[in-house]
Write a protein that binds this ligand. Structure first.
Ligand SMILES: Cc1ncc(COP(=O)(O)O)c(C=O)c1O
Length: 388
């Protein structure tokens, strides 16, 4: 069978490859610790689960949902942003529910880009930013995230001739994979920059509540941002609900409504029982989230201490469930991960899988229990790199 030209753009998803690798080593009898994937291990809060069970029993929820999400969830989102960021979002026109933020991120380029238009994508990157750009026949300009710039894009280095043809810019903070943070001062500069150049911003806030020291801001705290931006939020990491598949897009009403129109032609929305359980999660945010945040901060500190004592080079993450680090010896990141896996049974994600500027780094995920994190940290920090 001959597959489409479009399929030539897609390679197996990086994380699927990593799952396969872990499975292969397990079959060989290796006790693999998989710290390659950011899949939260903490069970969803029991109050959220109880609410979902009640909602599943309600026959009204067994009918089709609507694509943009029910009013209960959208109103809870609007109220949450008001409490959390002090901003007003119209639950009817400026908020749309997603089946996980990944699907909204993948579809957004369809509403903003035409064939040949450019999209700015960070490097290293979360891979899904490319998906919709490929779907519309768009072009990608990669914007390096470098340690010397605190892993923030250097806006002055993006060529003007590319900017002229650019419709969309994806950014993600706290950042996967680097763990970096974007402060409000940078956000203000970014909004000014984007407004002047007519570039639409898509801020991926999947880790917005996984900050360690300084709370994150929403771009909509900045005047004029709603004209040129949307934000994507996810319940996956915030409430440890990755398997429930829910999130939302908010901000510019033209983009939010257009994205909803695209989705109406593709999906029929998320199960109302899950949406209502998500609304409960948002309403109880202050009771649920600090514990989760504290757990990930402690894990990052445990791992960071072990790595810094054993010669690894890295910047302590400001948030997320990742540590982005260079092994004590400069080497190709795939080789480094294979070496670590062979020596210790710990599977990490090679930085090069996230882009050219990820080369030399590995990404360590802290989405396993404390005992496992400690065990992996001891194993990795005891590797003798002189023998390589
Ligand atoms: C940077 C980033 N954005 C978005 C997502 C998608 O999250 P979800 O689809 O679970 O809401 C992820 C998931 O790992 C992520 O790492």
């Amino acid at each position: 069978m001959k597959l489409s030209n479009f399929m030539k753009l897609f390679k197996p998803y990086l994380f699927e490859e990593l799952y396969r690798k872990a499975g292969y080593f397990r079959k060989k009898g290796v006790d693999v610790i998989n710290l390659a994937i950011g899949d939260p291990d903490i069970p969803t809060d029991s109050g959220i689960v109880k609410k979902a069970v009640e909602e599943i029993k309600n026959p009204a929820n067994h009918r089709y949902p609507n694509t943009k999400g029910n009013e209960v969830f959208r109103k809870a989102v609007s109220y949450w942003h008001k409490r959390r960021h002090g901003i007003n979002l119209d639950y009817d026109k400026e908020i749309s529910i997603l089946i996980g933020s990944k699907e909204g991120i993948a579809h957004l380029p369809l509403v903003l880009m035409n064939e040949g238009d450019y999209c700015l994508i960070p490097d290293p990157t979360y891979p899904t930013y490319r998906t919709g750009v490929w779907m519309v026949g768009g072009k990608i300009h990669y914007v390096p995230l470098m340690e010397k710039n605190n892993f923030l894009p250097d806006l002055s280095k993006i060529p003007e001739k590319i900017i002229k043809k650019t419709k969309l810019f994806f950014l993600n903070y706290p950042n996967n994979p680097t763990g970096a943070y974007m402060d409000k001062y940078y956000m203000k500069e970014l909004v000014k920059w984007a407004r002047k150049r007519n570039v639409f911003l898509a801020l991926d806030c999947a880790y917005a509540e996984m900050y360690f020291d300084k709370p994150t801001s929403s771009i909509f705290e900045i005047d004029g941002a709603k004209d040129i931006a949307v934000e994507f939020y996810s319940v996956s990491k915030t409430y440890s609900m990755a398997g429930w598949r829910a999130g939302w897009v908010c901000g510019n009403s033209d983009a939010v409504c257009a994205l909803n129109t695209v989705k109406e032609n593709i999906d029929s929305g998320q199960f109302n029982a899950i949406q209502n359980a998500c609304a409960y999660a948002l309403d109880n945010h202050e009771k649920i989230v600090p514990k989760i945040r504290e757990t990930f901060k402690k894990r990052a500190d445990t791992f960071s201490l072990a790595l810094s004592k054993s010669g690894w080079r890295f910047k302590r993450p400001d948030g997320t469930c990742f540590i982005w680090a260079k092994p004590p010896v400069d080497m190709d990141s795939i080789k480094a991960c294979d070496y670590i896996l062979n020596k210790t049974g710990v599977l990490l994600a090679p930085g090069s899988g996230f882009g050219k500027y990820g080369e030399g780094y590995v990404r360590i995920s802290t989405t396993e229990k404390e005992e496992i994190i400690k065990k992996a940290a001891v194993k990795i920090s005891s590797i003798d790199w002189r023998k390589i």
